[in-house]
Design a protein around this ligand. Structure first.
Ligand code: EPU
Length: 331
């Protein structure tokens, strides 16, 4: 058996039948896609059970940086830790990823969810993604367009049955500091360089989000729901202080953290699990939680929000059961 506790930031004591630290494509040549799952550092996953198969841990750590006029082309191995890469690049004067500082997890996992924070989504900085297809055993290259990036989604998330192991992410970054500071908290300071933005982002995150090394969690558990504009306006007439952001002419994104908070679920403690006191969207493991405790609390929150606001929230985390990835609805 292979211990998955270090590979899920909820810190759940779950196991896989086998595990493999993948250092390069040659390690993947004999893998059976049907009976394996791909894990980075498990920052955005919930294991509901032991996994009856092979857990492939992305540990490809190659890094190559070349210069193309004002741009830097950064070819980063999928197993590199994203935050370590960001710090390393900023120290070399390579900017662009600073708003994504301190997000846990690997480079390879980042495009799957198209991770985002403080007004930047990683997809906007990606030039291409290279994968090893565990079914055809061929290398496949996806251009930015082919990655189909959307809010917390991508081609890779939409097609989990393709079993694509992300070996390399290629970023196009800049030597010029082009700050994106619209997000509340970042707009108050004048920043002289990208490292200062990184420092501020880390400070903001530390104030709101629990460190998974100290208290198990997988960041935001639910996605911010996108609803019809008329529905959002109706809610806004009832709840004047409700945050909402236009996505396009006909839809609005609402803040799941606010909905959960206003439904009375912030700082809840149910046995070993709870919602974080400073950000209701984060479910935490206070000790020796069992997977079903996290599922029960999340289902409870989902019901409370649905009955108060008529909104059905969707998890952002990916859920894995005994046989592999499963849907939230099946639980
Ligand atoms: N809010 C509350 N109560 C709460 C939490 C939030 O009233 O308990 C309100 C806030 O005051 C704010 C609004 O809801 O007006 C939005 O909250 P916040 O600014 O914390 O951002 P978020 O939309 O909850 C998103 C990402 C985070 C990312 C932050 C910062 C999602 C699901 N989450 O959170 O990403 O760090 O923006 O950019 O998109 C993650 O994905 O794991 C994650 C942490």
């Amino acid at each position: 058996m292979f211990d998955l506790s270090p590979y899920n930031t909820f810190g759940l004591h779950v196991q896989a039948r086998e595990g493999l630290l993948v250092r390069g494509i040659s390690d993947l040549k004999n893998v059976d896609a049907e009976n394996s799952i791909i894990i980075g550092r498990g920052s955005d996953v919930l294991f509901t059970d032991d996994y009856d198969g092979l857990a492939l841990i992305n540990d490809i750590r190659d890094l190559k940086i070349t210069q193309d006029q004002d741009s830097f082309i950064v070819e980063a191995g999928g197993g590199l830790i994203l935050d370590e890469l960001i710090e390393d690049l900023l120290n070399q004067g390579i900017c662009g990823l600073e708003n994504l500082s301190a997000i846990p997890g690997t480079v390879g996992a980042a495009p799957v969810q198209n991770i985002g924070a403080y007004g930047v989504e990683i997809g906007s900085l990606i030039e291409r993604v290279e994968c090893f297809d565990l079914r055809s055993h061929k290398v496949e290259v996806f251009s930015k367009d082919q990655c189909e990036f959307g809010y917390r989604t991508s081609y890779f998330k939409k097609h989990p049955q393709r079993s694509l192991f992300i070996t390399k992410v290629v970023f196009r970054l800049s030597s010029l500091f082009n700050p994106i500071l619209e997000y509340k908290g970042l707009d108050e300071d004048g920043f002289s360089d990208a490292l200062k933005v990184r420092e501020k982002v880390i400070e903001l995150r530390e104030g709101k989000l629990p460190d998974p090394k100290v208290i198990g969690n997988a960041g935001c558990f639910f996605k911010n729901p996108i609803v019809d504009k008329d529905f959002a306006l109706k809610l806004k007439s009832k709840y004047e202080n409700m945050p909402s952001y236009y996505v396009d002419d006909s839809s609005c994104k609402l803040a799941a953290g606010w909905l959960i908070d206003t439904a009375g679920c912030k700082g809840l403690i149910h046995g070993n699990v709870g919602t974080w006191k400073n950000q209701a969207l984060v479910i935490v493991n206070y000790g020796d939680a069992r997977p079903h405790e996290i599922v029960s609390l999340a289902k409870y929150i989902q019901c409370e929000v649905a009955s108060k606001f008529g909104i059905d929230m969707e998890p952002e985390v990916r859920i894995y059961g005994h046989k592999g990835e499963i849907s939230w609805e099946s639980l």
